[in-house]
Each structure stands twice: as C-alpha cells, then as structure tokens.
Design a protein around this ligand. Structure first.
Ligand code: ACO
Length: 357
C-alpha cells in the first residue's frame, strides 16, 4: 500500500548531571534570528488511512491526538523540503545565503546515505563552500544540531548557522503496519542562529542552556534494521521489510514521558527558574497523551505546551522546529519569554534547550 494511492522493558536512562550554572540564567552569546517551515501540500487524513489499514479515525485520535499529516510528493525529497524551510528562515532572519558559514541538517531520512543532505542544501541555496554536515539523532535531532551550532558559533570561528530538521518519513513507513503508519508525517523546519556580538547574558535574548543525552541500550525499541552495512539492501531484505521503521510503541511511550519531563524540569531548575517561568514549552510532537502527561508532571496548564501534531503528526527531526516556527508566527512567543524545546527519539536520544526570546 502507499499513501499516495489513498483517497484521501522500560530501560533505565539518566539525565546528565546539571552544569554549574547558578544565579540568573546566563546566555551563550548565540540567539535564534529567524525560523522557517515547510510542509508538503498533500494532506492525508485519518479517514484516508482507513483505506490502507484496519484502523479508525476514533482510534487514532483517542490514542495519539493526530487527525491528519502531510505527505511529500513522490519526487519531493528531504533536501527539497529543507531548502524551502531554510530559505524562509533566512528571509525572516534578514540574511542572505552568503551570510551563512555553517549548515547542519538533522534527518533520519536523508536523500541518500551520502553525500549529506546538508551539502545538497548548501548547494541549492547558493551558499559559499562553507562547512555542511548531517546529524542523526532522530526526533531529538533539532536539539542536537542547535547545541552543536551554538558551540561552533561560540568558538568564534563561525558567525551565522542555518540548522534544519527535515524528514520524509513516509518513505520509510510500512503502509501495511497500522501500529506505525498512522503516526508520522513529512516536513521541514529551520532556524538561523547568530552570534550576538554584544553577548546575550544577563536579561538578554538567546540560547541559555542545553542538556543532551542518549541511551544506546534501548536502541532496539525504535529502529530501521535495513539499509546500513548490517543489512545492506538486497531483494531479500526489501521483501522482509527491513527497510521500514520498527517501533515498540508502548516502551517508547513510557520512556518518553519520563525523559521529557525530567529534561524539561532540569533545564529550568538548573538555571534557577521555576517551572512556571517557562512561557512556552515546545515538545516533540509524538503523541498528545505524552504531552498531557508532561503537563501533569510539570503542573503546567496545557496552553503552555505548543501542539500541532493534530495537523502534522510526528515529523521526527522536523517536529520541534516546525512547532517553534508556528508558535512564533502565531505570536505565542514574545520578546523576553523563556521557552523550552524538548525532545526524545530513536537511539534513544533526548535533549532540552532553554532559550530567551
Ligand atoms: N488502529 C487500530 N488499532 C491499533 C492501531 C491502529 N492504528 N495500532 C495498534 N492497534 C491495536 C494493537 O494491535 C493493539 O491491539 P491488541 O490489544 O488486540 O493487541 C491495541 O491497538 C493496543 O496497542 P498498543 O500498542 O498497546 O496501543 P497504545 O495505547 O500503546 O498506543 C501508540 C500505541 C499510539 C503507538 C503509543 O504507544 C505511542 O504513541 N507510543 C509512542 C510512540 C512515539 O512517541 N514515537 C516517537 C518516536 S519516533 C522517532 O524517534 C523516529
């Protein structure tokens, strides 16, 4: 089946010990200067999916909160979507491609195993021969690349970075597996990060802090077995479905609630902020029930959590930047607001970023 033909054991993990940040939150000297988003035209509703697998709109909405998702055109790739989102972020940042000296793309669905999707994007956007590479940290990818770019900008050797999460997850879904195909969608989200020459410390805007973590012992609950050197593509591997995403949803769910809650709390309290100081949390858009549990755990009302998964589903590395751009466009983030980005994904990986808008 394919979407274009449709009518319509809990693993022990840990959060790394907090840094030594104490007192007022101190910025890193790096700020988000503009965001951008792109989602494909084709909308695949839950009703459309009932023509592919044995499911119902009611089951999907009740268990996940997802009502529809976007599906890229057959010839539309992760790089195509990244270019659209990246161009928009540049426009909103008021910069030209020539101003960018670092391009990092997070994706688990690159156009090809190599070269990197970042190199394709660098070329297509007409940038100079600047540093460009991909990072694979699944749904935490955007948090990972934001931290990597922030550190590289802080080094003083780079000035403006374009970071993009882009995914064509529809290309790695088994459209006969109802337990996974209902969950995911395609799209891209981007941000331009710049060094703030005057620093952004006391009271200023910008990235304040980030926590990253990973636990490879849980790699077997969310993975794609084929396509790497362990199971290269052969007629047999394709027939066996090794090139599709596999997930133990129940296990992922339990860990996601715990890790996203812990990471969000730690990033605020380690910076001497109360949980209520976060004007908005931008969580990875996997499942509304995960976000509701996060809201209960943090004792924050649901309107402090931005959600768009009802319309876009889980877009993995694109999820957080797509939600961030939407929140900015909707005026939900005002200058001076503390915002937390938080995600978890295959690896398992997780991360949280605290920033001041
Ligand atoms: N429609 C109807 N029934 C279904 C469907 C479906 N689409 N999918 C599964 N079912 C059935 C199952 O077969 C099962 O039936 P059974 O009891 O007869 O065996 C029943 O529904 C319950 O299945 P569960 O898997 O226990 O359902 P659960 O309530 O756990 O919900 C879900 C499943 C939505 C996947 C949930 O576990 C979840 O959201 N997990 C987290 C997934 C996630 O966050 N992934 C993000 C990471 S993505 C990344 O990193 C790339």
């Amino acid at each position: 089946m394919n979407p274009h033909s449709a009518s319509g054991s809990e693993t022990e993990s840990f959060i790394p010990a907090p840094g030594a940040t104490r007192g007022k939150p101190v910025g890193t000297g790096v700020a988000i200067r503009g965001t951008g988003a792109y989602t494909p035209e084709k909308v695949l509703t839950n009703d459309d999916i009932t023509h592919l697998v044995d499911t119902t709109d009611e089951w999907i909405v009740t268990r996940t909160g997802i009502r529809e998702r976007r599906i890229a055109a057959p010839d539309e790739t992760a790089a195509d979507m990244a270019v659209r989102a990246g161009a928009r972020a540049l426009e909103k940042a008021g910069l030209n491609p020539a101003d960018i000296d670092l391009v990092i793309v997070a994706t688990i669905t690159p156009d090809m195993p190599f070269p990197s999707t970042a190199c394709l994007v660098q070329d297509r956007l007409g940038m100079g021969p600047v540093c460009a590479f991909d990072v694979e940290a699944a749904c935490s990818g955007f948090i990972y690349i934001t931290e990597i770019a922030t550190s590289m900008l802080q080094s003083g050797r780079f000035h403006n970075a374009l970071v993009i999460g882009t995914e064509k997850l529809s290309s790695i879904l088994d459209w006969n597996d109802r337990s996974t195909c209902v969950l995911f969608g395609d799209g891209a989200g981007a941000a331009v990060l710049s060094r703030e020459e005057n620093g952004n410390g006391d009271g200023g805007r910008g990235i304040i802090d980030t926590r990253l973590g990973a636990d490879g012992s849980a790699s077997n609950i969310l993975y794609m077995p084929g396509g790497g050197c362990r199971i290269p593509a052969t007629a047999a591997s394709v027939t066996a479905g090794h090139h599709f995403l596999k997930m133990n949803g129940r296990e992922v769910f339990k860990i996601a609630v715990r890790i996203m809650g812990q990471a969000s709390q730690d990033i605020l309290t380690d910076n001497n902020l109360g949980l209520g100081d976060a004007a908005l949390i931008i969580p990875h858009q996997a499942n509304s029930r995960i976000i509701e549990m996060l809201s209960e755990r943090m004792k924050l009302p649901m309107d402090r959590f931005h959600m768009n998964l009802d319309r876009l589903g889980n877009t993995s590395a694109a999820s957080v930047p797509l939600a961030l751009d939407e929140a900015v466009e909707q005026g939900k983030i005002r200058p001076g607001d503390y915002v937390v980005l938080v995600a978890f994904g295959a690896g398992l990986t997780w991360g949280a970023t605290l920033l001041r808008w």
